[in-house]
Design a binder for this molecule. Structure first.
Ligand code: PLP
Length: 184
């Protein structure tokens, strides 16, 4: 359908096709300019339509034997598959969709914390959102050691060599956000 190709006009030094992009987001169609962050990301019109379709025709429990439940399961699975593809995950089961990253990471840290021993180490970065910092720091009360991978102000990156220096036999998890932009 060429949607991705439309987002950026490749032959014009990756210049964004703003008219096309605005049109894809109903909330931005009236020249509205949105400058806030991830938590308030605007929603694509096609996503709104799909979610509406889901609620209108298949808003039931998953895992049932009746046909609407099977349709709902297929739709949820398809969504996870598409997210996995976008994120380059090796398996849709690596994808978790939930109410917010803050609540999901908190839940994840509680579960992970139950598998760790005092003295085990977790590495976090100093340029992550609060949602990916405090849940891990809270594990310190169970004897988990938290180390911080510092952002390199010269290169403006998290440097892998700095990470290597932090890692030991006791390192169990490295938690940091990875953002990617994938046009294909
Ligand atoms: C960069 C970044 N990460 C994470 C979050 C937390 O997201 P959520 O609202 O899904 O908990 C936000 C919220 O604005 C954010 O801006």
């Amino acid at each position: 359908m060429g949607t991705e190709n439309n987002l950026m006009k490749k032959n014009s030094k990756m210049k964004a096709d703003l008219k096309f992009i605005r049109n894809e987001f109903p909330s931005l169609r009236d020249d509205y300019v949105y400058f806030d962050n991830a938590g308030g990301s605007q929603t694509l019109g096609r996503v709104i339509n799909k979610v509406t379709e889901y609620f209108m025709t298949s808003d039931v429990q998953l895992g049932g034997v009746y046909s609407v439940s099977k349709t709902a399961r297929e739709r949820v699975d398809k969504g996870n598959e598409m997210i996995a593809k976008t994120l380059n995950a090796s398996n849709p089961r690596e994808v978790i969709v939930g109410s917010s990253s803050t609540s999901l990471i908190r839940l994840f840290s509680i579960v992970i914390g139950q598998t760790l021993e005092p003295g085990d180490e977790i590495i976090i970065s100093d340029c992550d959102h609060e949602a990916n910092v405090t849940p891990w720091k809270d594990l310190q009360r169970h004897g988990i050691i938290i180390k911080t991978w510092g952002f390199d102000k010269k290169s403006m990156r998290l440097e892998l060599d700095d990470l290597k220096n932090l890692m030991t036999e006791k390192t169990k998890y490295v938690n940091f956000c990875h953002a990617l932009f994938n046009w294909h």
